[in-house]
Design a protein around this ligand. Sequence first.
Ligand code: NAP
Ligand code: MG
Length: 400
Amino acid sequence: MERIKMSTPLVEIDGDEMTRILWADIKRELLEPFVELKTEYYDLSLPERDKSGDQITVDAANAIKKYGVGVKCATITPNAQRMEEYKLHEMWKSPNGTIRAMLDGTVFRAPILVKGISPVVKNWKQPITIARHAYGDVYRATEMRVPQGKAELLFTDLDGKETRATVYNFECPGVLSAQYNKDSSIRSFARSCFQYALDTRQDLWFSSKDTIAKKYDGTFKSIFQEIYEADYKEKFEAAGITYFYTLIDDAVARIIRSKGGMIWACKNYDGDVMSDMVSTAFGSLAMMTSVLVSPDGNYEFEAAHGTVTRHYYRYLKGEQTSTNPMATIFAWTGALKKRGELDGLEELVRFGEKLEKAAIDTIEAGTVTKDLAALWEGETPATAVNTADFLAAIRRRLEQ
Ligand code: NAP
Ligand code: MG
């Protein structure tokens, strides 16, 4: 059989632990037999990041900027225990954080739905994609615990002119927090959201609390509205999708009652909380995909889960694990489909679709990994298999 050819390299970013093992297995079993993979390879495993002084992470982000599409394996974000375990020179920052900052991108998280595993919210029939603005607000706030006294907000502009506002006259001890965000970051967030909604032909919802935070959240609301009207209104109408702004509490109520199938753009804190709620309600973290989209249209696909450390330690002892490769497979198919779309390679797009279908059909026919067996509600009982057998089952379907 003739393998599918690629024209532009895909930026391939390898990672750590169990997901690094899955990475190689997926390539060998499900990709290389069918596609003549053309990738530019960056090894972001923790030892390589340490060896290069984390330069490799910067290089990988630059490669995504150059080629437009990357696929990333989960990586360890070091903490004190990892410093010891890997004898690191420094506690390197999260690679995802570095790449996200360099691409100025927004992360979109969406579940993979299969028959036999139903969301806790029974009317959710389609995926709900959450876009979290991952900059500023409470995550970069300056906080104080204060005694009695007067709290003021003071702003000094470039000419030295001061603007003051009284926050509160404290008659007893209390707490203070000053938050900020930047128009430039909100703009990038809005653009990434509109762009991704168009790409995936889904409605876009954005929510905040502008009735209370009239200037702060009001700025978010008006930037979204302005960019929508200037650059996306016509495109949305042509694509038959809508942009919808509502208050965060109204959005929560509507989301619960909805069928799903929309992108929900959230401010930083709302996105942090709501993405955990939505992903738990859909079932398993192992079925959650993630894509980083930059405002100028670069894409990085990955699984939302981490390196599955506990399985890796069992693997090192020679045990067979039943680690779920779905989200990592979908990271690859997402990236290959996007590459195919950009390069006009119809066959590559179709391959991505077929691999996704083979993977979903495998589960729906009752061959599942252990994490899914626990959630299974299908009519006939499911068979829990190890990772190797699960991948082999997908391959058999793909070959058919
Ligand atoms: P994790 O790797 O997502 O795993 C947490 C638990 O969730 C696992 O122990 C496993 O439960 C279950 N799980 C997650 N993915 C699974 C899969 N594909 N198949 C089956 N079960 C799965 O999170 P973590 O243990 O908190 O973090 C481990 C490392 O990953 C850390 O070093 C962290 O820095 C890194 N991390 C990286 C990323 C990223 O690169 N995007 C994201 C998050 C975390 P059971 O053990 O009960 O089976
Ligand atoms: Mg969270």
